[in-house]
Ligand binder design. Structure first.
Ligand SMILES: *Cc1c(COP(=O)(O)O)cnc(C)c1O
Length: 383
């Protein structure tokens, strides 16, 4: 079955008891046993819950994975997968990662004795093999947040496996509709389902998928042992989001193309960062490993003051953190999502604005940015 069909049907057979075509929200903490140890597959909802199981089955299928695990947040998924490390194991991560991932690495894992190294996305092609000595975990994001750099996942996975490292790819920006890292050689895929997979800015959740049976067994154990699971209502919201993922992503990408076109020709914009642009350094790789280029786009204003003014002038784009919902968002990474990178060797530029292009009419999105940018062309203000 094709992607769109699996998103609607895998793990979601009509309820055998009532015929309900939608998976019920199994709001129960525990399940009856008819004799000690005899049950219908579920004992306790931290360990397993039918609504969560439906989500885990469906999203694993969309990633082309044999096993999936739903968590209470993307960071819960990230914290759980890093528990696969043994004491002292070394981590190498691309330098431009989600701010919360950076915080997990530098303020939780590093103090606990895991050396954390970073590599610039531009260095992955040439230098990765040399940087992998002693590394147990290679952490990739592509496209990256918020700079939209692209990493060649197949190349990175080959180099990591040759060095004996496991590869985790945070696929939140791309979604399995646009990119499937396991097919490119990654070992584990991570999602913040809060973003495109939920898709409606109404739930926080996370996900891990893998096809390796040993890793799956250990992740399943850790999911239950650490307990940061998705609740049944949250799982249901994400499962509902999956059904429309393909159509939403197609329109997200189409709207992003219109918005990027406006940004490119606007004098108030110093530079546009979007992998769909032919002059983007990762364009060829993105064209090869992604179905389309996504709906996250960042741009540099001419000054931080101009960036801050633009961010508070939009009316259709809402000034807010997060991304991937039906509504368009604008944010200033240096002061919002990525404030924790300020003291790092790779702080995000203060003139940077990040857009999550939503599903409103693209004409309204373009007009909104036009009015927000209008007074910011060089020479038109003193700022
Ligand atoms: C939001 C996000 C996360 C963290 O997910 P939460 O659901 O907020 O915990 C991780 N990676 C990326 C790329 C994200 O955008």
């Amino acid at each position: 079955m094709d992607f769109e069909t699996r998103a609607i049907h895998v793990g979601q057979a009509p309820d055998p008891l009532t015929g309900a075509v939608t998976v019920p929200i199994y709001a129960t903490s525990t399940f009856r046993q008819t004799a000690v140890g005899q049950h219908q597959g579920y004992e306790y909802s931290r360990t397993g819950n039918p609504t969560r199981h439906a989500l885990e089955t469906c999203l694993a299928s969309l990633e082309g994975a044999a096993h999936g695990f739903a968590f209470a947040s993307g960071m819960a998924a990230a914290a759980t997968v890093t528990e696969l490390l043994a004491p002292g194991d070394r981590v190498l991560a691309v330098s431009d990662v989600y701010g919360g991932t950076h915080r997990l690495f530098t303020q939780v894992l590093q103090p606990r004795g895991h050396p954390i190294d970073t590599i610039g996305c531009e260095q992955v092609a040439g230098e990765l093999a040399d940087r992998l000595t002693g590394v147990r975990l290679l952490w990739l994001e592509s496209p990256t947040n918020p700079l939209l750099a692209v990493v060649d996942i197949a190349h990175a996975a080959r180099a990591a496996h040759a060095a004996g490292a496991m590869v985790v790819v945070d696929n939140t920006f791309a979604t399995p509709y646009l990119q499937r890292p396991l097919e490119l050689g990654a070992d584990v895929v991570l999602h913040s389902t809060t973003k495109y997979l939920g898709g409606h800015s109404d739930v926080v959740g996370g996900f891990l998928a893998t096809s390796d049976p040993q890793r799956a067994e250990r992740i399943g154990f850790l999911q239950n042992a650490l307990g940061a699971v998705a609740g049944p209502f949250d799982a249901w919201l994400v499962l509902r989001g999956l059904k429309t993922l393909a159509v939403r992503m197609r329109q997200h990408c189409a709207n992003a193309r219109e918005v990027v076109g406006l940004l490119q020709r606007h004098p108030a914009v110093a530079r546009v960062l979007y992998p769909g642009l032919a002059d983007h350094p990762g364009h060829q790789i993105a064209a090869r490993q992604m179905l389309d280029f996504g709906a996250m786009a960042s741009f540099l204003a001419h000054s931080e003051a101009a960036a801050l003014r633009i961010a508070q002038r939009t009316r259709v784009f809402t000034l807010a953190e997060s991304l991937g919902g039906v509504e368009s968002l604008i944010e200033h990474p240096a002061r919002m999502t990525h404030a924790s990178t300020a003291s790092s060797s790779h702080p995000v530029p203060p003139t940077l604005l990040r857009l999550s292009v939503g599903l409103e009419a693209s004409s309204d999105l373009v007009a909104d940015l036009e009015q927000a940018l209008a007074d910011e062309a060089p020479g038109r203000t003193g700022g």
